[in-house]
Design a binder for this molecule. Sequence first.
Ligand SMILES: [Zn+2]
Length: 219
Amino acid sequence: MSSGEICPNCAIEQPTGSKYCDRCGAPVQGEVASKSVKKMSKDEVQSVLHWREEKDQAFKGHFASPIPENMRGQFSGLNYYPVNPSYRLLCRLNKYPNPASVMMMTSTGEEREYLKVGHFSFIIGGKTHTLHAYKDLRQEASEKESLFIPFRDSTSGIETYEASRYLEIEETKEGEFLVDFNKAYNPFCAYTDTYSCPLPPRENWLEVEIKAGERKYIE
Ligand SMILES: [Zn+2]
């Protein structure tokens, strides 16, 4: 009988005290490697605000905007929390040597296949939380590793879009990832139901309020 941890990759229960999964080699108790990068320079804050402005411009004017055409005239920009450096964490990815493939349901009830490549463990509000990172199997292999992190949190359906918010993160040179919730954004299905957007698996439902990034489109 074993009564240890559950492997975060393949969900197999491990013998007590195991550091790596017997079956897939994934770190069972990943490194809690978050440094809160609380200091943000004026330029860094500006760059987040600039990114939001550019997105508003594109959503208002671009032909491929997810805002339905008949709504663009009255579109006055997306809603955000103020930029908050406490929600900006420098994390190491606990990588899985043999990533499991996972099916994510989409907002229109289809299934889409992803690879679960690892997880981040970090501390917010004095508690450790975990987010799993995925790769879209349809994506071309690129030199820069870009991770897809759909999540829900305790603000979902209250102040933020109920179905999901997304983070997309590129690896830094040092193998660290800046998990910056100020850049959390809504999937396109938040604006109109013609999009089929992947929904976060249960393992990516955070039990903490992430009061950063994009809020509900229509409050
Ligand atoms: Zn495993």
